[in-house]
Design a protein around this ligand. Structure first.
Ligand SMILES: Nc1ncnc2c1ncn2[C@@H]1O[C@H](COP(=O)(O)OP(=O)(O)OP(=O)(O)O)[C@@H](O)[C@H]1O
Length: 124
């Protein structure tokens, strides 16, 4: 790209991305479940007064899961448009995209357990 940086174009892109985030949490059931889980984790972080390193790890985990959910939804929508009928390749495409979400969700749960279980046990 030549010429000066187009900040107006960048602002428009931000707006479109915002619409994408809104649609994700407004219409996608799994994304809403993940969002709820993330909010609970953030509340637990405040309750247990976790350290800045722990906050950093938690925020990265949350971003990874939600971003994977967004990519997965995007792939699903594209697959539905390209192939509304059953197709074995679409099955692999959708299952593999869902696998990415699952892998990151498992990692987030494990990280959550490592950070919060010792703090939870100290309550007793
Ligand atoms: N066109 C298709 N061809 C082959 N398999 C499909 C097709 N559509 C869906 N599937 C199978 O059904 C599973 C669920 O697909 P679906 O698109 O309903 O996703 P989902 O996880 O239920 O998300 P959502 O409810 O948000 O659409 C896929 O992982 C895949 O195994």
């Amino acid at each position: 790209m030549n010429g000066p940086i187009d900040f107006l174009k960048a602002a428009r892109s931000f707006r479109f991305a915002g619409v994408g985030i809104y649609n994700l949490f407004r219409y996608e059931n799994n994304a809403r479940i993940h969002l709820m889980a993330c909010i609970l984790v953030l509340m637990a972080g405040v309750f247990f007064d976790i350290s800045s390193v722990e906050w950093t790890i938690i925020i990265i985990q949350i971003a990874l899961v939600l971003a994977a959910e967004a990519f997965n939804t995007s792939i699903e929508k594209l697959a539905d448009l390209v192939m509304p009928d059953y197709h074995p390749v679409i099955k692999v495409v959708k299952d593999t995209a869902a696998a990415a979400v699952l892998l990151l969700a498992i990692s987030a749960v494990l990280v959550g357990l490592i950070i919060f279980v010792p703090k939870f046990l100290l309550l007793f």
